[in-house]
Design a protein around this ligand. Sequence first.
Ligand code: NA7
Length: 552
Amino acid sequence: MKTVSASALAAGAVHETNAHLDAVIIGAGFSGLCQLHMLRRLYGNNILVLEAGDDVGGTWYWNRYPGARCDCESHTYCYYFSDQLLTQWEWSERYPAQPEILSYLNFVADQLCLREQIICGQRLHKAEWNSRDGVWHLQTRQGLVLSCRYLITAVGCLSAANIPAITGLETFRGRYAHTGEWPQEDIDFAGKDVVVIGTGSTGIQAIPKIAETAQRLTVLQRTPNYSIPARNTGRDAAFWKCFREQRADWHEKMINSRSGHPWRAEPRQLWRTDKEEALAILEAAWQRGGLRFKDSFDDILTDSRSNKIMSDFIASKIRQVINDPAAAALLSNFDHPFATKRPPIDFSYFETYNLPHVDIIDIRTNPIETISPSGLVLKQGSKIAADIIVFATGFDAMTGALNKIEITGRDGRRLSEYWQEGPKTYLGLAMPDFPNLFTITGPGSPSVLTNMPRAIEQHVGWITGLLEYMHESGYTGCEAKAETSELWAEQVEEAAYQTLMPNAGHSWYLGANIPGKPRRFMPYAGGLDRYSGICEEEAASGYRNFIFRTGR
Ligand code: NA7
């Protein structure tokens, strides 16, 4: 086997096949960049990142649709592992827009000199474990062949785009795009009839932006969605001065919270609170805006009475904004408790429906029948003309991106088969029968239920700690014990059913948005703080739930 340095590969020697590396990381988004930086301490140059996109950024490289923004506050949505990075970057707004986040990740790649170990334009196609040699053999769709001792996936939880199978799409003469695979060049909506399908977080961000220039915008909604006003503002020098003084406190608060945000839910129960006082609290939280609204009480996800009060409050706010009572009803007749699907925050979303050229159609009662060359045809016969169709239809979440890679573990075991009845992992990080494979923010981890950079730093830190332990102990292989994945799946299930979240029967948390996908609550709902404690115990025990080996 040939040893070719990672930097030589990244510099363009991608025809050099059969290079052997200590570790390969898949993906150059938030997770991959951080993991590369951490593992350089151990493996120096002999580690590489494979990235499918033409540049770094991951989710923020692909999700460049109009209005794309983060729903976490900017000073919390960044790396904290490097004080230098933390103090050198100042975000311009409370909620960062996609171009600024992409600039930030490019800044990180440059500051930490990561680019020389990242090969872009290489999508991993196959990864096969070779038990005899104790290595992973990798092959990209572009033909690069490598092997490595450790394989670490940093593929993101929401990166496998879901375009629903609607008959006739191939006959459509206009243009269509999924928000998560948005083209590099801007799509010009001016003077165009545009249809947006989907009203999740993404649709809610894109719709007001598209409405600014489209000639006609028709929104096709299957499920009404709650949304809280973001109340975005600029960030000034005074904010950053204060932030720098208190950054250690911010960090402590985030890593010791359930959600990775710098706050804890207020210790009070909504249904037990005096009605007037409750309304005043809800109103103040509504005016402050953002995801913290839910945490103005701590029983919203555990007590359906409290959830109902909060849900009704949001519905009344929506109805106050929208002039047309029929549209207001369509947008606020909720069929699931608040925050049991990931709750969006918005930037004047509901106000958009007061514009004369914007319509909303309920496709739950009148579904899409087919797509024609000139638009869409609904079941009850109506036709919607379209020059552009925007699919804001979400993702095959958490498992989709991993299942797209042909991952074969010990004894020919395929990951997609291992997960046939739902994902099984140990801590969302590792799996029996898949030695030396680690999945950053994999299914079974808190990931999507948290502020992602905090979950990512926790995972990356833990994986790095395990690999350091192995390095120091002379181990070359590790694997989660056989029983761990079943036991952890039970804990994931138990944590979910202690909340109301499984009540949203059609959510992507459950895999229910993808036809045929097994229904399992995928993220760990027990909280980032509790989860980190479990991971720390595992490490402190000498990784008692792992089997180690030495030699090849
Ligand atoms: P989401 O939250 O999965 O939303 C997708 C939307 O698309 C939602 O309104 C779906 O309706 C709708 N959808 C999905 N499939 C269809 C079909 N076949 N027909 C009609 N409508 C459909 O994805 P987002 O991209 O908005 O957000 C994902 C995450 O990214 C978000 O939580 C943030 O973390 C960032 P449904 O509700 O399933 O009836």
